[in-house]
Design a protein around this ligand. Structure first.
Ligand SMILES: Cc1cc2nc3c(=O)[nH]c(=O)nc-3n(C[C@H](O)[C@H](O)[C@H](O)COP(=O)(O)OP(=O)(O)OC[C@H]3O[C@@H](n4cnc5c(N)ncnc54)[C@H](O)[C@@H]3O)c2cc1C
Length: 416
């Protein structure tokens, strides 16, 4: 093994998804020397295609927004919910709260989007190393001092830096090593998805809307995400138990769920499937800390809520941005303690918690359309949550009336 003491390397970032790109880019903008290791050799497939509007601000700060505006990605102006009985909510148009251009976002093909972000990081001075798998983080006592990396030629080396950022997504290089991952017992879900060419699309402003369609008895839901090149991403999410109760193939399960969701089935019918079915499960968890001495966790490597509101990429980008500022300050002050490196954690977790309440509400059968009909003055706050504007206290105004409606729903279920 080659030992390398990279004198002068400030930060190592593990993983080149949105969290790794935003952290590395903003650190480079702070003038720091950053190396990012991505295990794949080039652009790679990833699920997570529907963006939230508030990704705009981090993407703009990274200097990549103009490239995305010039891309072919489908423009997304709204989200719409369809109940298990086929009742459609009005679309929640993001621009109703804020007519700024940030109210329009995109449905992206992640291989293209992630590559765009990494190329941009590289242009801004990040040393992006493809085909380099981080095998482990190196600790001296409780302090993380570097990583052990397998290079594309198979050689293994140790690389050291002042701070190591884990942005390895669901691989959780540091979270698993330290055994600090906590799964959410209320969100034990699984998903199966596929891509359809020529499936039905709305026209005009609604063409790029994300549709969330509940299945029979509200046991699960479909996402319906129109991508560019006439492809629609269609996936179903349900409890692991329900999804795999019968020993069926992914295709059989997907079709069984489509039968339970006529509103999705009707839309998919005109399309021809391209490629096979993909699946993942047990994806909701959070690590018990965002940082330790010499290390920081961002994006899915810290935690993932649930796909329902398309918050994953937003939270990945945002945590990367918040962490990068804290790391830059830590290096400036020469204080690489857990407290300094994790100073952004409480605010970030508070925002994530707000989003989590909304996730729980959805799985309890909460109806957005019904809620807005009963509480029209709350629409503004619901849109704030759907946009990703979750780091301000005013969105808490929605919580009490929402809890009230959830209690009414529970009471009705008990009476039945
Ligand atoms: C079913 C489902 C649907 C979803 N839908 C959406 C959606 O519509 N919208 C949305 O915003 N989010 C969605 N998400 C969430 C989204 O996929 C993630 O939150 C997002 O990709 C997190 O970004 P990240 O940068 O943290 O991790 P990732 O995007 O996973 O990036 C991690 C990177 O690290 C690399 N890596 C891993 N291990 C190593 C290693 N040891 N060494 C070097 N490199 C390594 C990987 O190759 C990868 O490139 C969905 C998630 C699921 C499960």
């Amino acid at each position: 093994m080659i030992m390398k003491n990279e004198l002068g390397l400030d930060v190592i970032v593990i993983g080149g998804g949105p969290a790794g790109s935003s952290t590395a880019t903003i650190l480079a903008q702070h003038g720091l020397k950053v190396r990012l290791f991505e295990r794949e050799k080039g652009a790679r497939f990833h699920i997570g295609e529907s963006l939230m509007p508030d990704t705009y601000w981090t993407l703009r700060r990274m200097g990549v927004i103009e490239k995305i505006k010039a891309s072919a990605f489908t423009k997304k102006y709204s989200v719409q919910f369809v109940t298990d009985t086929g009742k459609e909510s009005q679309p929640f148009y993001f621009f109703e709260n804020n007519p700024h251009e940030c109210a329009q976002t995109w449905q992206v093909v992640r291989s293209e989007f992630d590559k765009m972000l990494l190329d941009n990081a590289s242009d801004l001075g990040v040393d992006v190393c493809y085909g380099c798998r981080v095998l482990d983080a190196i600790f001296e006592g409780t302090r993380c001092v570097g990583v052990k990396v397998q290079n594309p030629d198979g050689s293994i080396e140790e690389v050291r830096a002042k701070v190591v950022v884990d942005a390895s997504g669901q691989s959780l290089v540091i979270g698993n090593r330290l055994k600090i991952k906590e799964t959410d017992p209320l969100l034990k879900k699984a998903s199966i998805w596929a891509y359809f060419e020529g499936a039905s699309r709305e026209s005009g402003l609604d063409e790029g809307a994300t549709l969330v369609l509940q299945t029979e008895g509200k046991k699960g839901w479909f996402w319906y995400i129109p991508l560019h090149n006439n492809i629609v991403s269609v996936g179903v999410v349900s409890s692991i138990e329900d999804m795999f109760a019968d020993k069926l193939s992914h295709e059989e399960i997907f079709n069984r769920e489509l039968d339970r969701c006529p509103a999705a089935k009707r839309r998919v019918a005109a399309g021809k499937r391209v490629g096979g079915f993909m699946s993942t499960k047990d994806f909701s968890y959070r690590c018990s800390q965002v940082a330790g001495d010499g290390w920081v966790l961002v994006g899915d490597a810290f935690g993932f809520l649930d796909p329902i509101y398309s918050s994953g990429v937003f939270l990945a980008l945002k945590s990367g941005e918040m962490a990068a500022d804290a790391i830059a300050e830590a290096i400036l002050k020469n204080d690489l303690s857990a407290n300094q490196l994790g100073a952004w954690g409480p605010k970030f977790v508070q925002g994530m918690e707000r989003m989590k309440r909304l996730v729980y509400a959805f799985y309890e059968g909460f109806s957005f359309g019904g809620f807005i009909r009963q509480n029209p003055e709350m629409k503004r706050h619901v849109i704030d949550l759907l946009v990703g504007d979750v780091f301000k206290d005013s969105v808490d105004a929605v919580v009490n009336p929402m809890d009230l409606m959830r209690e009414e729903m529970r009471a009705m279920t008990t009476q039945v």
